[in-house]
Each structure stands twice: as structure tokens, then as C-alpha cells.
Design a protein around this ligand. Structure first.
Ligand SMILES: *Cc1c(COP(=O)(O)O)cnc(C)c1O
Length: 372
């Protein structure tokens, strides 16, 4: 547990005494160990309930033959495959040990004591952590309808701003920004700051007004777009993500990157899964079905929810969400309470397989019947 009377805090980098570490979703194994139960389900970390696709699985099996070797530190094959997939230069791609790694590298490369980063309230927890870890100052814009208020964000940008973080769609709210407003916002920002568009849930969004900002890299040389293999590709456990940017930015990020930050199994699995259109299609379909089951149930139950285009949905349980979270845990269902995101009466639920969604709904119903 973090504690403020830890004497070693006097010795740390300046941002660390006030830094609240990331709180991950509870692992199934931990819950089952604690309660002595089985058959639990985890709907807490926006993982793909189908797991990896067949191409990724086959690649993992093959990659085992080379485990005694260091990985390709430059990630040549995967970067080439990603470059072809996105129509960008290989030199534009930076690989990370999860896209969170890339976010952290961006912070280390561009933020320092005296500089600032801007992001939105109710946005991804890695932005404040990466900012504070390097002693920079976070400027947090108030949210609008749970999502990014781009005007409020623009008003916080100053000559000290070096990084602006935007998750599109946003986690944990599932809100998203459309092409026109986002493009206008980017055009308004000074070139003296790096703009990170975090597109971890890109593949789930079907709306034609939702932008693929990797197409804007030639318009905005200060733009970094991040993607991950943790969500629709079902490879969260392998830890692999990437960014696309101006190669000159990639070259700078590369200076702070560990030489072998992405393991060889992850590189092979990622390269194989890029072309697995069937698996992506299936995953999106499962997500659509689960989302429909949940939202219809929420309507029927009168549970308020934030409309989401991701593979998760955040609901207002209209009482301290931790109590509902605990009740669900006791039934072997792990979701995510949102107190750490200034949403103390909200729970975030990842979309699971149909049976898991139904089990969650039944248990939520029971939990909400209990006295507040
Ligand atoms: C899940 C998520 C990521 C991806 O994290 P990885 O480190 O790639 O597993 C990045 N950004 C947001 C907003 C996310 O929700």
C-alpha cells in the first residue's frame, strides 16, 4: 500500500510523493484464492472474451522455438507489417510493451519538471501517472457529458505544455470524438506540443464520423497515434502496442526505449494477428451482441449508463459503487469501480460472452435490490 509517511519518499523524483499508482482489475486467480470459489468471471479490464485468434495462437506456438534468443530489438518484421497495414513508413512505428509503455516513453521523452501535460477528467489513468512520474505538471480539463471538452482542454494549453493526451474512444467512459471537431482542435494547437491520440479501442468503433487519425500524420507533424494488441486482438497478456508518428518523433522516443522492450513471442503473435480479419470481425460481433444485452437490461432496470462505442460500458449505480462491486465479487464477478476516476457511484463493465453478460445482469439486479 502506498503511504505518505514512507521516509524514502524524501529521496524520490519530485512527482512521486503525490502519485497514486495504477489500480488494475482484480485477477480471477486472486479472487478465487481469497474467497475459495471457482468459475469466476472477469469483466474488468476490457479484454477480448474470445481470446487471441487462431493466427496469433499458431504464431505463439512457433515462436517458442526461439525463446533462448533475444528478440529483434528493432522489431523489423512487425514494424514492416504494421507500416504496410496503415500505409505509413516503417520508421513511423514505435513498438511498446503494451501501448502504455509507449505512453510512458512519450512522457519520458517530452515531459520534465517545469513542463505540463493536458488531459481530460475521467480519462485514462496512465496519463496522470506518466506525467507525474517524470515530475511534470498535469492540467486536467473538466469533462463535458463525461467526455472530452476540447475547448476546455485548449484553454489549458500554454507555452509550458509539451503533451496533450486524448483517448478516442475514451476509457472509462466510452465517449468518443468525431472527425471534424477533433481535426479542428488539432489544427488549433501550437506545434510546440506533442498530441497523443490513444486509439486502444479503434477497431470497435463503427461510426463513419469516427476518425482514423493515422491518416492525419502528414497534416500534423506533432501527432502521435497509439494502438494496442491488448483489446480487439486479444493479446493483453503478451503486452504489445505501438505508435505511429513522424519518424523524427519516433527517433526521439527510441532514445529512451529499452533495447528489448517487446518480447519475441509478442512480436510474432502481433505480426500474425494483423491480417486475421475473421477474428476481428467475430470479436466485434460478440461485442455488439453483449453491448445490446447489457444496454437493454439497463433500460429495463432503469440503470443509467454512459453510451459507449468501446468494448465496455460504465453505469451509474446511484450509491457508493464499491458496495455493489464487493457484492458482485462475492458472486464471482469482477467489474471495476470508478472511484479513482472521480465517478464514485459508477461501475465499468467489460463486454463479455453472452452468458457472462447475462450472469452479470442477474447479479447486478440482485445487488441493486439490497438496501443502499
Ligand atoms: C487498455 C488501454 C490501453 C492499452 O493498454 P496496453 O498497455 O496496450 O495493454 C491504452 N489506452 C487506453 C485508453 C486503454 O483503455
Amino acid at each position: 500500500m502506498p503511504t505518505r509517511d514512507n521516509p524514502f519518499l524524501d529521496l524520490t523524483a519530485p512527482g512521486l510523493p503525490g502519485l497514486n499508482p495504477y489500480v488494475p482489475g482484480k485477477p480471477i486467480s486472486e479472487l478465487e484464492r481469497e474467497l475459495g470459489i471457482r468459475d469466476s468471471i472477469k469483466l474488468a479490464s476490457n479484454e477480448n472474451p474470445l481470446g487471441p485468434g487462431p493466427k496469433a495462437r499458431a504464431a505463439v506456438a512457433t515462436a517458442i522455438a526461439n525463446l533462448s534468443r533475444y528478440p529483434d530489438g528493432g522489431g523489423f518484421e512487425l514494424r514492416r507489417a504494421l507500416a504496410a497495414r496503415h500505409g505509413v513508413d516503417s520508421a513511423a512505428i514505435t513498438l511498446g510493451n503494451g501501448s502504455s509503455d509507449v505512453l510512458d516513453l512519450v512522457a519520458r521523452a517530452f515531459l520534465a519538471p517545469g513542463s505540463e501535460s493536458v488531459f481530460s477528467q475521467h480519462s485514462f489513468a496512465v496519463y496522470p501517472i506518466a506525467t507525474q512520474a517524470v515530475g511534470a505538471q498535469a492540467r486536467v480539463a473538466k469533462a463535458k457529458n463525461y467526455g472530452h471538452d476540447l475547448d476546455a482542454m485548449a484553454s489549458l494549453v500554454s507555452n509550458r505544455t509539451r503533451v496533450v493526451w486524448i483517448a478516442n474512444p475514451n476509457n472509462p467512459t466510452g465517449t468518443w470524438l468525431e472527425k471534424t471537431e477533433l481535426y479542428r482542435f488539432l489544427a488549433k494547437l501550437p506545434t510546440s506540443c506533442i498530441i497523443v491520440i490513444d486509439e486502444a479501442y479503434h477497431e470497435y468503433v463503427a461510426d463513419p464520423d469516427y476518425p482514423d487519425t493515422s491518416k492525419w500524420l502528414s497534416d500534423f507533424h506533432n501527432l502521435i497515434v497509439t494502438r494496442t494488441f491488448s483489446k480487439v486482438h486479444g493479446l493483453a497478456g503478451l503486452r504489445i502496442g505501438y505508435s505511429m508518428s513522424d519518424p523524427r518523433i519516433a527517433e526521439i522516443i527510441n532514445r529512451v526505449r529499452q533495447p528489448f522492450n517487446v518480447n519475441s513471442v509478442a512480436q510474432c503473435a502481433a505480426a500474425a494477428t494483423i491480417s486475421d480479419k475473421e477474428h476481428i470481425k467475430k470479436s466485434r460481433e460478440i461485442n455488439r451482441i453483449g453491448m445490446e444485452i447489457l444496454t437493454e437490461a439497463f433500460y429495463r432496470m432503469g440503470v443509467e449508463f454512459i453510451p459507449s462505442v468501446g468494448n465496455f460500458i460504465t453505469i451509474n449505480v446511484a450509491r457508493p459503487a464499491n458496495s455493489v462491486y464487493e457484492t458482485l465479487l462475492n458472486q464471482g464477478i469482477i467489474v471495476r469501480p470508478m472511484g479513482g476516476y472521480q465517478l464514485p457511484t459508477y461501475l465499468r463493465v467489460s463486454i463479455g460472452l453472452e452468458a457472462d453478460c447475462l450472469r452479470f445482469v442477474d447479479n447486478l439486479k440482485a445487488a441493486l435490490l439490497q438496501k443502499k
